[in-house]
Every structure is written in structure tokens, then in C-alpha cells.
Design a protein around this ligand. Structure first.
Ligand SMILES: NC(=O)C1=CN([C@@H]2O[C@H](COP(=O)(O)OP(=O)(O)OC[C@H]3O[C@@H](n4cnc5c(N)ncnc54)[C@H](O)[C@@H]3O)[C@@H](O)[C@H]2O)C=CC1
Ligand SMILES: O=C(O)[C@H]1O[C@H](OP(=O)(O)OP(=O)(O)OC[C@H]2O[C@@H](n3ccc(=O)[nH]c3=O)[C@H](O)[C@@H]2O)[C@H](O)[C@@H](O)[C@@H]1O
Length: 484
């Protein structure tokens, strides 16, 4: 009999992870479900709803054969043997725990629907990142709401570790897969069923099994550790700028220690993305609830440093431009939270742009993957509101001060300064002379991702700021002559 998998939530995780299962397991029928009709229509079209290198090839190879996208949530869940839940779990914006706790509304809605429509035994897989002990809450919602004889549930935790921009590579060749479940005969059987799915392409020794709570907490801990590394190197970048040390050299020196390792040591204008901040704040909330106040403070400082890094960047831009950006055109290169994605959730560009808009700047933004509508919406929302469609509002003033450009050169024409906020590869090979010639002088580059060759930029005539690099004398002392 063909195993039937349904996945509730056709987002950045549900779409690619299910596409990979369908691609690798020809004996499994996979249906990805969503209440968002537009999203499902896009998954069924030639233009997929998310940009991810290699995703089209995987989806187009198995769509209509072993992979299906549908809005018939109840019907497909009723038919499935295994149901993944991959809905969004954003930070709460109001009520108890606002600004920290995960909003479990979408999650609970999915669990209640499963209970309502199920007639047969099912394995329920937590794919979303959830607070530790969520599986217990799901078990309670399910067991108290079963309407039909024959329904019985085993809950597994199977957190996802893919990173956007490399999702297909990460899914095809994961460092590890974690499956947590109850250590009972039926829980262990459910773990084995899911293990057999992944074992079709992941080496068995990389499929780690654990109890439910370890698996749930491992996901939050992994994101906290990764984000902590970025805040650590970013804190060093501030120290570098004050001392003449170079953060890239430091990263190389410390990364050569095999106990530290070279990855995730790129200083930046701040980490973004839908998860790092959300998951750390969620962990902070959990710690507080358990009376672990010092531990909560320790992890919250990772977010504090990240906020400081974005503010520091804005302050350097403003102070360098003679303490005023009012009415000045500033080119923003890159709006996505990292390269190779069109995703703007919690992108540092939002905070930097808002900081400059607050000071009266006019922004000309270029990003190869982010639409004008997306940018303007992002800049009109309050913190955390992006994942709460019903509270969204539009601010008109954003329209008057943001111009979205279809090329770097258009964005930079007539600008006083260029801010690089995403590390898109095309920014490494810009014609700096052409850009310089089209700008107001002195012309500034503020490189928040260290992608531009600073030496070359200075030779061309720019006043150049590289994050965590020794400061251009013009920036420490605006009366000194512009380099070269
Ligand atoms: N984005 C990422 O790279 C990663 C995200 N995660 C976690 O995975 C989860 C999902 O994240 P994303 O895919 O980025 O979110 P997303 O917002 O892109 O997708 C979630 C989808 O679930 C749908 N949905 C919500 N409630 C539903 C319901 N009751 N029935 C059917 N569909 C429903 C929404 O319409 C939305 O399309 C989150 O918990 C996140 O923390 C984990 C690893 C990586
Ligand atoms: O739970 C999640 O959502 C995912 O979060 C991150 O993945 P993602 O946010 O997609 O991308 P990352 O590559 O981790 O980058 C996150 C942010 O950190 C920044 N970053 C990353 C690395 C670095 O050295 N410096 C740095 O500033 C990036 O530019 C980006 O803004 C984790 O890497 C994934 O393992 C995890 O599954």
C-alpha cells in the first residue's frame, strides 16, 4: 500500500520539505495543503510562490505524479497516514507573553481540524518550530476532540533545519534529521515509520532519534547557538572599528581553531529571517516561565546585540553624512534578509530603512528578488506584525520616500550614499567607477555585508565604511580630506 503523507502549511518549509520527500520516495503520495488559495495556485503554476535555487527542478519533476498541492485540507488529512504540521508559529503581538511567546493559534487550528476529520490511525509530525512541550498540548487537543471511531494518534517531533537560499541542498544532504517520539511501543513504531521515509536518501547514522522534548528543544537551542555566534562576531566588529582591528581577519584567526570552526562568523548589519529572533524570544519566555531568569537574560542579550548592530549601522550613516540625511537620496542595495531568497521577514533592511526614514532620508532601493509592494508593506508595519495578516495597515508616507529601482545603477544615480544590506553576489562585481561618477560628492559606501573591495572603492574616490573594518579617516574626522 502506498504511504499517504499530508502536510498542513505550504510555506517556506512545507513546500520544499515535502517536495524533497516526493522526489526521493516514489512509493509515497505527498499532498501539501494550505488555506491560502493564492499560495496553492502558485505552487500549481509555473511561478512558484517562493524563490529557492533548485526548487523548480524538484517540484516540476514530481508535481502531478507523487506530489500534489491542494486547498482540500480536511479531505486530504482524512485520507493520510502521516500528517505533518508546518504552519507558522509567529511571535505573539498582544496578550500574555506579547513580544516573546509563540502564537499557537494556527497550530491549534490545524490540530483541531485533524481531530475532527480523522477516522483512522495517524502519525502527526511537528515540523513547525514549537515551544518545548507542544506535543503534549497537541496530544490533549487531539484526544479530547476525536469525533470518529478508529482515530488514534502518535505524535512525533521532526524539526526542520534547512536554511533559506540553500533549502534544496540542505534537504538533499542534511547534517542530521531528528525524530523525537514517545518511548512506548506505538511511539517507537511511529518513529521507525518516519525514519524509513528519510532513510530512502539520508544515511541512517545521520537520523537521530530522541524523546519528544529533546527534539523540540534541540531546534530552539540550535537556532539560539547559531544566532549567538553572529551576535558574538558582531559585538567584536564594534570593537574592531574602535581599535583598527579587522573583523574578517579576526574571523579567520579564530575560525582556524577546530574547536571554534570557520562557519557562521561573517559579521553583518544584523541577522534577520523569520526564525532566529522568534525562536530565541520564545526560549526566553519559556525560561522566564520556569523561573530561570538569569538564563532568560543570557539568551535575550543575543537579540539585544542584534538590535544594537542595526542601530549602530544607522548611526554611522547619519553621523558620517554630516549628521543629517534629511532630503538626501540614499541607495539601499539589497532588502532580502540574506542572498538567494526573496524573503524579507525580519530583514535588517527594515530596521535600517526605518531608521533612515525617521531622519527624513529618501531611499532608492534595489533588490533582485524583492517586489516593490513587499518592501513598502514591510516598511509600513509594526514589529512582528508581518505574520498577522489581520492587523496589517498601510502607511502612506512610505510611498513618498521610497523609490524601488530595477537596477543598482539607477538606485545610486544622484545618491549621497550607498548602503549594502544583503550580500547578493552581483554586488561583488559592481562598476564602482560608474556608480561614483553618478553620485553626489563626497560619495559614501556603507558596506553592511563586507562584499565590496574596500581598497578599490577608496581608489575610485569613495569614502568607504566596511563593517568591522578599520575606519576611513574621513569617518572618524569629517574634516580630513576625502581619500584617495
Ligand atoms: N522559514 C524557514 O526557513 C524555516 C522555518 N521553520 C519553522 O517552520 C514553520 C513554518 O515556517 P514557514 O514555512 O517559514 O512559514 P510560512 O508562513 O511560509 O508558511 C506557513 C503556511 O501555513 C499556512 N497555514 C496556517 N494555518 C493553517 C491551517 N490551519 N491550515 C492550512 N494551512 C495553514 C499559512 O497559510 C502559510 O502558508 C515555523 O514554525 C518556522 O519557525 C523551521 C525551519 C526553517
Ligand atoms: O529555523 C529556521 O528558520 C532556520 O534558521 C536559519 O536559517 P535562515 O534564517 O534561513 O538563514 P541563515 O543562513 O541561518 O541566516 C540567518 C541570518 O543570519 C545572517 N548571517 C548568517 C551567517 C553569518 O555568518 N552572518 C550573518 O549575519 C544572515 O545574513 C541572515 O540574515 C538556520 O540556519 C536554519 O538551520 C534554521 O532551520
Amino acid at each position: 500500500m502506498t504511504l499517504k503523507i499530508a502536510c498542513i502549511g505550504a510555506g517556506y518549509v512545507g513546500g520544499p520539505t515535502m517536495a524533497m520527500i516526493a522526489h526521493k520516495c516514489k512509493d509515497i503520495e505527498v499532498t501539501v495543503l494550505d488555506i491560502n488559495e493564492e499560495r496553492i495556485a502558485a505552487w500549481n503554476s509555473d511561478r512558484l510562490p517562493i524563490y529557492e535555487p533548485g526548487l523548480e527542478e524538484v517540484v516540476f519533476a514530481c508535481r502531478g505524479k507523487t506530489l500534489f498541492f491542494s486547498t482540500e485540507c480536511e479531505k486530504k488529512v482524512a485520507e493520510a497516514d502521516v500528517v505533518f504540521i508546518s504552519v507558522n508559529t509567529p511571535t505573539k503581538t498582544r496578550g500574555v507573553g506579547a513580544g516573546y511567546a509563540a502564537d499557537m493559534t494556527y497550530w491549534e487550528g490545524a490540530a483541531r481540524m485533524i481531530a475532527k476529520v480523522s477516522h483512522s490511525p495517524k502519525i502527526i509530525v511537528e515540523k513547525s518550530t514549537v515551544p518545548v512541550k507542544t506535543a503534549q498540548a497537541v496530544e490533549r487537543v487531539l484526544s479530547n476532540n476525536v469525533l470518529n471511531d478508529g482515530a488514534r494518534f502518535d505524535i512525533l517531533s521532526n524539526p526542520e533545519f534547512l536554511a533559506e537560499g540553500t533549502a534544496i541542498k540542505d534537504l538533499e544532504n542534511p547534517d542530521r534529521v531528528i525524530i523525537g517520539g514517545r518511548q512506548t511501543p506505538s511511539g517507537l513504531k511511529a518513529i521507525q515509520t518516519l525514519k524509513d521515509v528519510y532513510a530512502q536518501w539520508v544515511p541512517e547514522e545521520q537520523i537521530l532519534t530522541s524523546n519528544l522534548w529533546s527534539s523540540e528543544l534541540a531546534k530552539l537551542a540550535a537556532n539560539a547557538f547559531l544566532a549567538q555566534r553572529i551576535s558574538s562576531i558582531n559585538s567584536i566588529s564594534a570593537l574592531c572599528e574602535k581599535t583598527g582591528a579587522d573583523v574578517s581577519e579576526i574571523a579567520k584567526c579564530i575560525g582556524a581553531d577546530s574547536r571554534i570552526g570557520p562557519k557562521f562568523l561573517n559579521a553583518s548589519v544584523g541577522f534577520g529571517g523569520s526564525c532566529f529572533q522568534k525562536d530565541i524570544l520564545n526560549m526566553v519566555y519559556i525560561c522566564r516561565g520556569l523561573g530561570l531568569q538569569e538564563i532568560a537574560r543570557y539568551w535575550e542579550s543575543v537579540v539585544t546585540i542584534n538590535n544594537l548592530q542595526k542601530r549602530r549601522f544607522v548611526d554611522i550613516v547619519i553621523s558620517s553624512l554630516f549628521n543629517t540625511v534629511r532630503g538626501k537620496k540614499i541607495a539601499i542595495l539589497g532588502f532580502a534578509f540574506k542572498k538567494d531568497t526573496g524573503d524579507t521577514r525580519e530583514t535588517p533592511a527594515i530596521d535600517v530603512c526605518n531608521g533612515l526614514l525617521d531622519e527624513g532620508a529618501n531611499l532608492a532601493v534595489y533588490d533582485p528578488q524583492v517586489t516593490e509592494e513587499r518592501m513598502k508593506t514591510d516598511l509600513s508595519l509594526d514589529k512582528f506584525e508581518w505574520d498577522h495578516p489581520y492587523t496589517q495597515r498601510k502607511a502612506k508616507e512610505v510611498d513618498d520616500h521610497i523609490e524601488c529601482c530595477d537596477s543598482v545603477y539607477k538606485a545610486c544615480e544622484g545618491a549621497h550614499a550607498v548602503c549594502i544590506l544583503t550580500e547578493w553576489d552581483e554586488f561583488k562585481t559592481l562598476d564602482l567607477k560608474k556608480i561614483y561618477d553618478s553620485m553626489v560628492k563626497p560619495a559614501f559606501i556603507f558596506d553592511g555585508r563586507n562584499v565590496v573591495d574596500g581598497k578599490h572603492a577608496k581608489e575610485v574616490g569613495f569614502v568607504f565604511y566596511g563593517l568591522g573594518k578599520p575606519l576611513d579617516p574621513f569617518l572618524t574626522d569629517p574634516s580630513s580630506p576625502c581619500s584617495p
